[in-house]
Design a binder for this molecule. Structure first.
Ligand code: ATP
Ligand code: MG
Length: 325
């Protein structure tokens, strides 16, 4: 039995969780800074780190109160992310590890997202293909065994979550763009505009989302009375279409038997429905609460690292451009 305290502060959510045996959540505290950054239309790094500093000890105390278990190891996100934000969680975690004389584990943020699949009703077995879709990443990752990753496809420009955020801004919808576009799209016609699906003429597992954003901008400029629901639905349909097509290509190339969805955009209902309906293999969709940044996913990845003896020294430093694998 292992009990891990996980801390996530790579961007604008402060997440603290305690989990047992890699998938039983004993406490899960998330403080979102959305309201603070909303007026700027995106995350302001200096404000983000100050907010983490303000709230982190409260969240850790609450998480520890919520569960009465003895902690075996402390984990925190080491990168990638915003330097000031990463520093808050990593230093807090290392200080606790030092004070309690417990092992410390630094976790890659995307490894954390991939491990949010441990909170599915049934956890995925290795090997699997992960489709990572978030604010900063759009990647197809081959995961042959625990903590081994090969990135087989990635974006050449914007990440898909970033394009939801940018298009929402164009359409006058609130930050964060993903949930607002999904909501606006509910009443819209996804076939109203035929927006471009980039990179479909190549076998390469690459994505491009910048052209899609520009296409929405041009369509918007041409309309005297733009129908925001139709624009949102047509954009969402195009964005999701490309993810589906490239994931199918990757499954064929690898002969993959299961797919794990990960990252904030994994909360998108159209994407979840289409992956389940169209892939024809096992698809693991993390519960909504564990899609956007949270401490439980960091603790889940750390639990496996702990069991594999992959510990880190207290000299570990944050790395804003940490690579996976
Ligand atoms: N329902 C949704 N549909 C589409 N996108 C969504 C939805 N919910 C959240 N998102 C998007 O998910 C992103 C946030 O995800 P996440 O918190 O994982 O990103 P991040 O941590 O900033 O980036 P990264 O994980 O790449 O470092 C935002 O771009 C947001 O718009
Ligand atoms: Mg994230």
């Amino acid at each position: 039995m292992s009990v891990i305290l996980g801390i996530e502060t790579s961007c604008d959510e402060t997440g603290v969780a305690v989990i047992r045996d890699g998938r039983i959540v004993l406490a899960n505290e998330v403080a979102s800074q959305i309201d603070v950054h909303k007026e700027f239309g995106g995350v302001v790094p200096e404000i983000a780190s100050r907010q983490h500093t303000k709230i982190i000890s409260q969240l850790v105390e609450k998480a520890l109160r919520d569960c009465s278990a003895e902690i075996d190891a402390i984990a925190a996100t080491r990168g990638p992310g915003l330097m000031g934000s990463l520093l808050v969680g990593l230093c807090f975690g290392k200080a606790l590890a030092y004070a309690w004389a417990k092992p410390f584990i630094g976790v890659h943020h995307i490894e954390g997202h991939i491990y949010s699949s441990m909170f599915c009703e049934r956890a995925p077995d290795f090997p699997f293909l992960a489709l990572v879709v978030s604010g900063g990443h759009t990647q197809l990752v081959q995961c042959p065994a625990p903590h081994r990753y090969e990135i087989i496809g990635t974006t050449r420009d914007d990440a898909v979550g970033e394009s939801f955020d940018k298009v929402a801004r164009l359409l006058g919808l609130p930050y964060p763009g993903g949930p607002s576009i999904q909501k606006a799209a509910e009443g819209g016609d996804p076939g109203a505009y035929r927006f471009p699906r980039a990179m479909l003429d190549t076998e390469r597992l690459e994505f491009r989302y910048s052209g899609l954003k520009t296409a929405v901008l041009y369509a918007l400029r041409e309309e005297k009375a733009p129908n925001i629901a139709n624009l949102a639905a047509s954009f969402q349909a195009a964005a999701v279409d490309v993810l589906l097509i490239k994931t199918k290509q990757a499954i064929q190339m690898l002969g993959a038997e299961r797919v794990v969805l990960a990252g904030g955009v994994a909360a998108n209902r159209l994407l979840r429905q289409r992956l389940t309906a169209e892939l024809g293999i096992d698809v693991f969709l993390p519960p909504f609460a564990y899609c956007v940044d949270n401490g439980a996913m960091i603790a889940a990845a750390a639990d496996s690292r702990f069991r594999h003896g992959l510990l880190d020294p207290l000299s570990a430093t944050p790395d804003p451009s940490l690579t996976l694998g």
